[in-house]
Design a protein around this ligand. Structure first.
Ligand code: S3P
Length: 438
């Protein structure tokens, strides 16, 4: 454990550049490992989760090398040519690595064991086991369809048409990636849109993938196997989920004015900015452009008097990882913020509804927990009292970073029991914060 007390902060001023997007970084390595030839990646997030993906792709035959900071080279083996790994694939804390790689392995003639840390070993894998079994893969999982598990891929796999029962980009991606090495057309039907990086990137790598949008907004995604992928040059945009902590910090710490550069604003990821603007947050987009086929802008964020709102549950998938940060903003807003439709937060790196309710309450916020959301009475801009002891982060990086931000806008500071999980997604978070607040 590495505890730390995050203390009340001076105004946050200046400019920062957030590290590369985690979702896109994972996919860059995976798809690069399946293309024949060299894929070059810049701006790759060098967090532990992405390094777990890199190690797994190496274990299955790809050459994955770091050339310099954020600059990587991947020599792929070709779709269908992944090798049998010689040892268990250690996924660490990373649900994305686990579920997407299960998809890849499912249509290769190899057997792989997946293991992970205590947090990952509690997370449900049935949601990917179910469709991948229909494609012919075989699983031996721990009770409750959890890790550790063993997966025997099918050869050949059978194409399926699969309607997603949960709004999950990981499940969608697992089936699409399995479809890469499956003869014929694999179809995923997505009633509620989730992040579309897999679709964009698979197309970019040359897969035959098309998306049809029905009148009610349902997306029908079809991929044709057996695909041949062409190596790419990828510049990974900054991660909006990492920017989130600094956006909220600048909004809640009086006197702040912060420019956050290079923030990915794919519409399937940009919900937090919209919700904070509805709450009265002063966030301006500058220099809107495209990086790596994704919309990107610099965000100028100024301290603002926030107002509580009822958050439309329809926006949840586009900010699914940002709720812990939003709850901190709500705790410092004027009036009541009500969130609903957030059942999925209970199966992230921790149960983010229960853990944030407990952590914010310990810091003196007024929070009540419902089955599918939190209701938060804000302080109206007054600092939170702060914590006496340490709040429990349960191996969840986003709980640690959110409560660090709460500490900046508190009287006594907020102590976080363990900052080590931050390195899974944002290794330079503390250095960046100390650079601004110091
Ligand atoms: C991700 C999808 C989301 C998100 C996770 C990354 C991805 O998970 O929470 O951090 O890269 O596909 P779900 O698919 O479980 O919603």
């Amino acid at each position: 454990m590495r505890p730390r007390r995050f203390l009340p902060s001076a105004p946050l001023k200046g400019r920062i550049r957030v590290p590369g997007d985690k979702s896109i970084s994972h996919r860059s390595i995976m798809l690069g490992a399946l293309a024949v030839g060299e894929t070059r990646v810049t701006g790759l997030l060098e967090g532990e989760d992405v390094l777990s993906t890199a190690a797994a792709m190496r274990a299955m035959g790809a050459q994955v090398e770091r050339l310099g900071e954020g600059s990587w080279s991947v020599h792929g083996v070709g779709v269908g040519a992944l090798l049998q790994p010689q040892a268990a694939l250690d996924m660490g804390n990373s649900g994305t690595s686990t579920r997407l790689l299960m998809g890849l392995v499912a249509s290769h003639p190899i057997t792989a064991s997946f293991i992970g840390d205590a947090s990952l070993s509690k997370r449900p894998m049935g949601r990917v086991i179910e469709p991948l079994s229909r494609m012919g893969a075989q699983f031996t999982a721990s009770p409750g369809d959890r890790l550790p598990l063993m997966l025997r891929g099918a050869q050949p796999a059978v194409p399926i048409e699969y309607r997603l029962p949960v709004a999950s980009a990981q499940v969608k991606s697992a089936v699409l990636l399995a479809g890469l090495n499956t003869p014929g057309v694999t179809t995923v039907i997505e009633p509620i849109p989730t992040r579309d990086h897999s679709e964009r990137m698979l197309r970019g790598f040359g897969a035959q993938l098309d998306v049809e949008i029905e009148v009610d907004g349902t997306r029908v995604i079809r991929i044709r196997g057996e695909a041949e992928l062409r190596p790419q040059v990828i510049d990974v945009p900054g991660d909006p989920s990492s920017a989130a902590f600094f956006i909220v910090a600048a909004l809640v710490v009086p006197g702040s004015e912060l420019l956050i550069e290079n923030v990915g604003l794919n519409p399937t990821r940009a919900g937090l900015v919209e919700v904070l603007q509805q709450m009265g947050g002063d966030i301006t987009l500058r220099n809107a452009r495209e990086v790596g086929g994704e919309p990107v802008a610099d965000l100028l964020v100024k301290h603002s008097a926030l107002r509580g709102i009822a958050v439309d549950p329809a926006i949840a998938p586009s900010m699914i990882d940002e709720f812990p940060a939003l709850f901190v903003a709500a705790a410092l807003a004027e009036g009541t913020t009500v969130t609903t439709g957030l059942d999925e937060l209970r199966v992230k790196e921790s149960d983010r509804l229960a853990v944030m309710a407990a952590a914010l309450s310990a810091a003196g916020a007024r929070v009540s927990e419902q089955e599918d959301g939190l209701t938060i009475e804000g302080t109206g801009g007054e600092p939170l009292p702060g914590t006496a002891g340490a709040i429990a982060t349960h191996l969840d990086h986003r709980i640690a970073m959110s409560m660090a931000v709460a500490g900046l806008a508190s009287r006594a500071g907020v102590e976080v029991d363990d900052t080590r999980p931050i390195a899974t997604s944002f290794p330079v978070f503390e250095a960046m914060l100390d650079g601004l607040a110091g």
